[in-house]
Design a protein around this ligand. Structure first.
Ligand code: DAH
Length: 329
């Protein structure tokens, strides 16, 4: 009987020499010797055949064998695990500089928009938003641009259906605000607008505007000029060259545009339209145009960012080039 014990031990030690290489082989090895149906467990059946004199010694020897083999097996498993892990540890070179994770930042347009908002908030304007998909009435007719009026051609329009458009300007929100609230009101309205027009360095099919509207009992063109000059100086600094130029918009009378000197191209660039709100527009929203007066303006955010940050092509805002965007993070 003791011979049988010894031969299991020998076999076990021989197998242990070529100790398994992966976890599946380790498990097979364990169950072959130490499992419920393994060689050691089957040696315990010898107890039944032993005489009562043999039994105590046999029992002792069996337990000793089981403990021995278990201990040796576990030792080998832990050597195996350590060796395995060491392999992984070697692949980490702690002396290398770390990889800095990319951190996102606000898009340059978003930064420009918040600068614009902050300047107007500091002089008493509230911020409002309105629909990008709107009806013909709010985008055109209520602003004194009737159907078939040539002024509609000033803004090539994306139509959703014959009477619904992607707004061509933020001026539609002037109408919504005046419909919803009684005067006096003083708002700026930032938002996206869409134009179905030729794409170039300063024109894109979508862009951003900030609309402004101020309605009160006494409002003068001088106040409009003062307000916009203040804005431009805050945005670009005191030395910037700007000019007011008479212009035409159906919803303002008189109307003007503001140009800024583009140092890069050595020419004027238009950044906004403005004027005194036309009495017809006030009447359209039910305001008494004898009592209430106002001014309005609408500026192009991309063009302002282009001048301020010396960006020479409007398309750069929209192509998602990380190298461009990172310059402003
Ligand atoms: N909506 C005009 C445009 O997109 C800009 C504009 C001009 C807005 C005059 C105004 C305004 O509020 O008074 O070209």
């Amino acid at each position: 009987m003791m011979d049988q014990l010894e031969s299991v031990r020998k076999q076990f030690l021989a197998d242990l020499e070529s100790f398994p290489e992966n976890s599946k082989e380790i498990e097979d090895f364990r169950s072959k010797y130490l499992g419920r149906k393994g060689s050691v467990a089957s040696l315990f059946t010898l107890m039944g055949k032993a005489t009562s004199e043999e039994r105590p010694t046999l029992g002792k020897e069996l337990n000793k064998l089981k403990q021995d083999l278990t201990r040796q097996f576990e030792e080998r498993v832990s050597t195996y695990l350590v060796a395995h892990q060491k392999g992984e540890d070697d692949s980490i070179d702690l002396t290398l500089p770390g990889k800095t994770p990319r951190i996102g930042s606000l898009h340059i347009l978003e930064q420009t928009l918040s600068e614009i908002k902050d300047i107007f908030k500091s002089i008493g304007f509230h911020v409002a938003y309105g629909p990008e998909v709107d009806d013909d009435y709010h985008n055109f007719s209520a602003l004194n641009i009737p159907e078939h009026h040539p002024a509609r051609d000033m803004q090539d329009t994306f139509f959703i259906d014959p009477t619904t458009v992607l707004r061509t300007h933020t001026s539609n929100v002037q109408i919504h605000l005046m419909e919803d609230e009684d005067p006096p009101i003083r708002y700026i309205v930032p938002g996206r607008v869409y134009r179905n027009e030729a794409i170039g360095y300063k024109s894109y099919c979508l862009f951003h505007q900030v609309e402004g509207i101020y309605i009160n009992e006494k409002v003068s063109f001088a106040e409009l000029k003062g307000c916009l000059e203040y804005f431009v100086r805050q945005m670009f600094g005191p030395k910037i060259k700007m000019r007011f130029r008479p212009s035409y918009f159906p919803f303002t009378e008189p109307s003007a545009e503001v140009d800024m000197w583009d140092e890069e191209r050595q020419q004027w660039m238009e950044i906004l339209g403005c004027g005194m709100v036309d009495p017809a527009v006030l009447e359209n929203v039910g305001y008494d145009s004898k009592k209430w007066h106002g001014y309005a303006f609408g500026m192009g955010v991309e063009r302002i960012a282009m001048l301020k940050y010396k960006i020479n092509d409007i398309r750069l805002f929209y192509n998602g080039d990380i190298r461009f965007l990172e310059q402003f993070s």
